[in-house]
Design a protein around this ligand. Sequence first.
Ligand SMILES: O=C(O)CCC(=O)C(=O)O
Length: 273
Amino acid sequence: MINLELSKNLIDSFNDDGFIILDKFIDLKYLDKLRSKFEPLFRGEFETGIEPDEWNWKFDKDNAYATRQICNAWKSDNLIREFVCHKLIGKCCSILMNWKGARLVQDNILWKPPSGETLGFHQDAAYDDWLIPQTMITCWMSLDNTSREMGTLEYIKGSHRWGLQPPKGEFHSPEDYKKELNIFAERNNKKIDVTYVEVPAGGVSFHHGNTWHGSGINTSKDNRRAIVSHCVPSDARFHPTNEGGTAKIYKKYKKQNSDILDDNYFPLMWEKK
Ligand SMILES: O=C(O)CCC(=O)C(=O)O
């Protein structure tokens, strides 16, 4: 289904740059089937009968050019679940982050149509201050060939060493998608070195939760679609008091008198034996 052997060179690159980018990950025979899931999901046709946690773009209702995003489509669709919760993703994330295991905190289904708009630069781990430890790694799987013209994902090399800032600014369709990045870099005297994730369909990138990233406008005539696994350590716990970032959506899964992340809502993907 998916294939990857992490070499020492790849692990070193991840530690140096805050990301790695690879041309081959998803077995190509699954790509059409995965792409065919997007339209029904955004029309609200959920195979399992369960709504995703966030469904923030709907056909015939929302801005046609916004980048369309669903969070936790794994609850709604079985094939998406097989991919975003795959044990190999959990294993790669654990090795790259030096964790004993990984669980899914959130998935993303992303669809940037032709003329599709920006996603503001941000750091993923900034949204999970409601977890201990506050950390994350993201596996971004592309279902289409990507290029700079298509508004592909962009990374700032080495920015995983810049610390974590609270989330600021607009996420969906900001006019200046680099505004928050530029403000931070100028204030802290950081050099901005952009890498565009240009991969064939079925390619992948992994990025550290502190790595600054975002994406520009799709100036091509093609759709750009991705499925994404955002992972946290298998032994992460709910923070007793923090309520920032995405807490208002995900802290409802905290059980009274317990700080444990329940496998039913935050699936365990892989753990070292
Ligand atoms: O695909 C994009 O444009 C952004 C993806 C992203 O922000 C993420 O995967 O963390």
